[in-house]
Design a protein around this ligand. Structure first.
Ligand code: GLU
Length: 376
């Protein structure tokens, strides 16, 4: 039953906030935001790393610019997002500052989470912000996103951010408290579902497509988000964000629908790296590097004896031992031309060789999938 599940205790939680919760008649609901931030800080203090994906820039900018209600042209909504995003980020920054916490703004487009080079950069920045104790505040970069490169809804963006950050929990705060067998407003017989163990076709058909004027995402995009999240090792929960302190309420047993993860974030990521990517090159390792990898360490350039193939930063490559045996696969942090130059060298020399302070690891341990047979 869902009541047994809590937010508290998760390692890394992404909270997605819809425009309708945060903005009313073009103005920010400050009291609601402060209460939400109180909940976020309380979870952070109990040991969870917290990220926020917040909508609201267009709704807020529309109010600030005095634009009429109703659908906006793309350029107008981009201009509204541009004005609104400053106000939005400032509001989070101020609310967090009340608790002595810092906010870091991250604006993403679809390509940033799909193209592996940019994906590695965004993932690294999110990791660094969290290590520094700052709360990443993420939104779509609406001002530059055209229809081909935009998510258009923050439910899916939040799911991508959660999987990119290897979060183990994604909370979608909505204007509805979870998933019903039919839209409850039109159907008195609709049954509430506290847990969805697997997103089947039947579940997808229950989701329909409704959405309010402010939030693009209806239940349909939430189910899409659930598919992305659960298959990458992130559990998802949908609950109502209407009342103050929705995260606290959730942990106190408020109604919600849980979508449990199908694996852990680490094993799902290893499966992704190990299974589905086109391999662009081969990196040959000395015995020391093989030993380091088998004990869970990153691959440093010093242990690389040869680099074959044509690849760019973020591409997947095969790793082979001194006898040519398969050791595993990984996402490489350097372009082929640089990897060749730093192979066999000490990480301290990287800056002199490539001309900028590159990463110490050629492949970070989070981006490695070592052959299971070797680990047994
Ligand atoms: N990125 C948009 C905004 O901040 C909202 C998209 C959504 O609500 O799903 O206004």
């Amino acid at each position: 039953m869902s009541s047994a599940r809590r937010l508290r205790g998760h390692d890394r939680i992404v909270v997605k906030i819809g425009s309708a919760l945060l903005v009313e008649k073009g103005s920010l609901k400050r009291e609601w935001l402060q209460a939400l931030v109180d909940d976020v800080v309380s979870l952070a203090e109990s040991g969870s790393e917290m990220l926020i994906v917040s909508s609201g820039s267009i709704a807020l900018g529309r109010g600030i610019l005095g634009l009429p209600s109703g659908p906006l042209k793309l350029e107008d909504s981009q201009a509204a997002a541009s004005v609104g995003q400053i106000a939005l980020a400032q509001a989070y920054s101020e609310a967090l500052a009340g608790h002595g916490k810092k906010a870091g703004q991250i604006l993403l487009t679809l390509g940033d989470t799909e193209e592996r080079r940019r994906y590695l950069n965004a993932r690294a920045t999110i990791g660094t912000l969290l290590r520094m104790g700052a709360v990443p505040i993420v939104n779509e970069n609406d001002t530059v996103a055209t229809s081909e490169i935009r998510y258009g809804d923050n439910d899916r963006l939040a799911a991508r951010v959660a999987t990119m950050a290897s979060a183990d929990c994604l909370v979608l705060l909505s204007d509805i408290d979870g998933l019903y067998t039919a839209p409850p407003a039109d159907n008195p017989d609709a049954i509430f579902l506290p847990e969805v163990p697997r997103i089947t076709r039947e579940i997808e058909s229950m989701a329909g497509s409704a959405g309010s004027e402010l939030s693009r995402g209806g239940m349909k995009t939430k189910i899409e988000a659930g598919k992305i999240a659960t298959s990458a090792g992130t559990s998802m929960v949908i609950t109502s964000g209407k009342a103050l302190n929705p995260l606290k309420r959730l942990d106190e047993g408020a109604r919600c629908t849980w979508f449990p993860a199908l694996a852990s974030p680490a094993s799902a990521r290893k499966a992704w790296i190990g299974g589905h990517l086109e391999l662009k090159g081969e990196i040959h390792l000395d015995q020391g590097a093989v030993k380091a990898l088998l004990s869970g360490k990153s691959l440093l350039p010093a242990g690389v004896t040869r680099v074959d193939g044509q690849f760019g930063r973020g591409d997947a490559v095969t790793l082979r031992g001194p006898d040519g045996g398969l050791i595993g696969r990984g996402l490489i942090a350097y372009d082929q031309s640089e990897a060749v130059l730093i192979a066999g060298r000490n990480s301290r020399e990287i800056e002199t060789i490539v001309g900028y302070p590159g990463r110490a690891e050629m492949i970070h341990r989070d981006d490695l999938a070592v052959e299971d047979a070797l680990l047994a």
